[in-house]
Design a protein around this ligand. Structure first.
Ligand SMILES: Nc1ncnc2c1ncn2[C@@H]1O[C@H](COP(=O)(O)OP(=O)(O)OP(=O)(O)O)[C@@H](O)[C@H]1O
Length: 835
């Protein structure tokens, strides 16, 4: 196949040529002479091959002669008048192609322009006519590839090349094809074999057409080739004497091209489009139809030797060709109003437009060059010569039918594009659609909820309605009772009284009110019961809480009580100490008073000349007892010389005691009191220690000791003066005896001494009192601090005294010892009487 097919041709003058060619602008007749076949070249019998055809220069005239060399020189130049020779004919056609003319040239010069005219909206036809075996099929179809490609494949290639090269991009084309045959006067669809015996119709819109013939939209030459191959395989052929593959039918390949283009864009005035009702007002549609006709070959039966089926075929073929000749004869008859017998055969009927109608037609008459085909060639040339006078009037088929397929396609395309645009918008608006769907869902859900609520309300309404109905029934029943009792208003018919009217009756209203009150009371009672139930639950809960709180309070109270008891106990102890302190103070006061009295008695006794033993012993004992409390370490030695003479102090520890002295330890924990008589022998001793003092439950525990040799008087716990007569010899306490001043006698010196001693004793007493007060305050302060800090609680309940209590007991024992010692000292010096 040629790759670069030539572009649409320029008019080579075939059409419109005057002179000896066709008289019609639109009907051309050309002659093609095929080369001699090998069979012909071999000759027949004794006759060798003889060429009978020659084409004069200019390819317009063909010479057919049984004696061709006499007419034409070896160089092809006509040397004699063909008309003057026997059996020599000269015909002029629009073009004559000799046996050497290639397919391409035949097509380009005689077919291409006609074929491409369909792209401008013309009908066109290429009709191959000739004796059997003269090359009609070769010319029309030829090979599907290579230089032998015939008119049909080249036509297809040209059509699509033209479309592709159309400079107007707005132009649109639709190409479709059909393929039929007329075999034995029966029209069949070669592309749909099941479709046969098709009828040939004609109408104003479509012209002549085959009803039911399939049309195939093709978009490339290859698709057309496929159709052609399919159709050729179905075409009726057979071997004859003159042609191994003889076409036994007329074949028509139909190519229809619809072209849509904008008005005024390269179109001539004739092609100006008119608007259609479908909105394509600025577009024009042109429809061109091309019939590519490969006729069956005429044959002489006696020559072909056809018999039987072939004979019948030949008869049919010849008949139809005869009809074609008749049509052509009629068309070329110069008489007016000549009947054109198109309907005499299917062929002429089908080619009605192509023969004398709206068509640009080229008839290619094929002839064989051999002498044996001379008569057939002459017949063909005469036929063609006659046909060249056919007058066709071709015009553009533009918008003749709004129902053209392209229109339909355009409408369908527009519809599909609109659909696509709509769907595209849908895609673009998919988000909005989703939102809308979401809203719709929500609305549906709201609607459902509303319906559910409405349903619930309807149920409530029905319930209320039933209750109301029940009440009304009840009221009616009661009203009927009232009527029977004569309490209703006169003339009031119960049956005709509605519930509202009944309530207007006072008695009924009362009953209604009563019933309403009953209902109200019922529900109030129910509410109260529920409230009580709720309250009961609440009370139980609060009760449990209160019980828990109560247990906690009890535990706390018990703990507080326990603490209070301890505090009370300690308070009592403090009170006992206070009492004891007061007793001590009282005792001190009494002792002081007694001491003064004693000194006065001593002075008086001295003044009266009595013994002085008392003076020295009592003062000594008193000084010894008070010395430890009279002002610290140096107190005993700071006294008057007369007092300190008999007192020995050992600050560094126990030492050997001097005769008749009071010995004591420096810390005051142990005191040994040794009083001797005149011989210095110890008369008694007592040990006072804090550990031995015992408990303090008693306000005072009397110390049992003896101070032999003393006879002093002491005030007792009640403050009364008592006189103790010490028996130095026996060492036992003397019986108390009352002393009076009258019995005392002292010298003036002794009185002075006693007076001085009394002054000293008073000072010492004051010092002692001060020390005692500070000691007691200190201890009380410590006790109070311990009580305040709770230090005394740690051992509560254990039965054994705690550390704090131990300390307190120790302090108290020390205080007790101190008091006992002082008391003892005082008592010893004054007769051993304690508080
Ligand atoms: N121009 C040509 N060049 C070479 N060979 C040709 C030419 N024309 C025809 N032939 C050959 O002649 C033979 C007959 O040609 P073809 O079949 O085309 O004749 P036909 O007119 O169609 O016959 P029929 O009418 O019986 O169908 C074929 O073998 C074909 O190849």
């Amino acid at each position: 196949m040629e790759s670069n097919y030539p572009p649409p041709p320029i008019d080579d003058g075939l059409y419109g040529q005057s002179g000896t060619g066709s008289t019609s602008e639109n009907f051309k007749v050309v002659v093609r002479i095929r080369p001699p076949l090998p069979r012909e070249l071999r000759g027949t019998g004794l006759r060798a091959y003889q060429c009978t055809t020659a084409v004069e220069p200019g390819e317009r005239n063909v010479i057919l002669s049984e004696n061709l060399p006499a007419v034409v020189s070896a160089q092809g130049v006509t040397v004699a008048d063909p008309g003057a020779l026997y059996n020599t004919y000269r015909f002029t056609f629009d073009c004559v192609y000799d046996q050497h003319c290639p397919q391409e040239r035949v097509y380009r010069q005689s077919a291409q322009q006609v074929v491409l005219s369909i792209l401008q909206g013309y009908n066109a036809a290429i009709i191959a006519y000739g004796q059997t075996g003269t090359g009609k099929t070769f010319t029309m179809e030829g090979a599907m590839e290579g230089p032998d490609r015939g008119i049909i494949p080249r036509t297809v290639e040209d059509i699509f090349t033209f479309i592709v090269n159309d400079p107007d991009p707005s132009s649109k084309y639709l190409v479709r094809s059909s393929y039929l045959q007329i075999y034995n006067e029966v029209v069949s669809d070669l592309l749909k074999p099941e479709r046969s015996s098709l009828a040939i119709r004609e109408d104003r819109r479509r012209g002549v057409f085959v009803e039911g013939l399939s049309e195939w939209v093709v978009r490339s030459p290859a698709e057309v080739y496929q159709l052609m191959q399919r159709g050729q395989s179905l075409r009726a052929t057979g071997a004859t004497k003159l042609n191994e593959v003889s076409s036994r039918s007329h074949a028509v390949c139909v190519v229809i091209v619809e072209k849509c283009s904008n008005n005024g864009q390269g179109e001539d005035a004739e092609g100006a489009g008119r608007g259609g009702p479908d909105g394509a007002s600025m577009q024009s549609i042109k429809v061109g139809k091309l019939n590519l006709v490969d006729l069956a070959g005429s044959e002489r039966v006696h020559v072909t030797g056809a018999v039987g089926r072939r004979l019948e075929e030949s008869k049919k073929i010849n008949a139809s060709l005869s009809a074609l000749g008749n049509v052509i004869a009629a068309l070329t008859d110069r008489r007016e109003r000549v009947h054109i017998p198109y309907r005499d055969s299917k062929l002429t009927r089908l080619l009605e437009d192509s023969l004398g109608g709206n068509c640009r037609t080229t008839m290619i008459a094929t002839i064989a060059p051999s002498l044996e085909s001379f008569q057939e060639s002459l017949s063909t040339l005469k036929f063609a010569n006659r046909a060249k006078n056919i007058q066709n009037e071709a015009h553009v088929n533009e918008d003749v039918d709004q129902r053209t397929l392209l229109r339909k396609y355009e409408r369908e395309l527009r519809r599909l594009r609109d659909e696509l645009a709509r769907r595209s918008r849908n895609v673009v608006d998919k988000r909005a659609l989703l939102v809308a769907e979401e809203q719709a869902k929500r609305a549906e859900a709201d609607k459902l909820a509303a319906l559910t609520a409405l349903q619930e309300r309807s149920r409530e309404f029905l319930r209320e309605k039933e209750e109301k109905r029940a009440l009304e029934l009840k009221i009616q029943a009661m009203q009927s009772q009232l009527l029977s009792g004569g309490t209703a208003a006169p003339g009031l018919g119960l049956a005709a009284v509605s519930g509202a009217a009944l309530q207007e009756v006072p008695a009924v209203r009362t009953l209604v009110m009563r019933e309403a009150n009953k209902v109200k009371e019922h529900y109030e009672a129910r509410i109260r019961a529920l409230e009580q139930e709720v309250a009961h639950v609440e009370v139980e809960r609060y009760k449990q809480l209160l019980l828990k709180q109560r247990d906690i309070m009890i535990a706390l109270t018990a703990r507080l009580n326990e603490r209070d008891e301890k505090i009370s106990y300690l308070q009592e102890e403090l009170d006992a100490y206070d009492r004891y302190q007061r007793q001590l103070e009282d005792a001190l006061d009494a002792k002081t008073t007694e001491l003064i009295t004693l000194r006065k008695a001593a002075v008086e006794h001295a003044a009266a000349g009595g013994p002085s033993r008392l003076r020295g012993g009592a003062d000594f004992a008193l000084q010894s007892a008070l010395g430890d409390w009279a002002g610290g370490a140096g107190a005993p030695g700071q006294g008057p010389d007369t007092v300190s003479a008999g007192l020995t102090s050992t600050a560094s520890g126990p030492t050997e005691a001097p005769a008749g002295g009071l010995y004591y330890s420096a810390d005051g924990s142990a005191v040994e009191l040794a009083l001797d008589g005149q011989d210095g022998t110890p008369r008694g001793s007592t040990h006072l220690t804090s550990a031995s003092s015992g408990g303090l439950t008693a306000p005072w525990r009397r110390s049992t000791h003896s101070a032999a040799g003393t006879g002093a008087s002491f005030a007792n716990g009640n403050g009364a003066l008592s006189s103790i007569h010490s028996d130095a010899r026996a060492g036992t306490p003397a019986e108390p005896s009352s002393l009076n001043n009258d019995q005392a006698s002292a010298s003036p010196g002794e009185v002075a001494e006693l007076r001085a001693a009394a002054v000293t004793a008073a000072k010492e007493r004051a010092a002692l009192q001060q020390i005692l007060d500070s000691k007691v305050r200190l201890m009380l302060s410590e006790i109070m601090q311990q009580v305040a800090s709770g230090g005394l609680d740690s051992g509560a309940g254990s039965g054994a005294p705690s550390g704090g209590q131990q300390a307190l007991l120790g302090r108290l024992a020390a205080l007790e010892a101190l008091v006992a010692r002082v008391s003892g000292a005082i008592g010893g010096s004054a007769g051993g009487q304690g508080p």
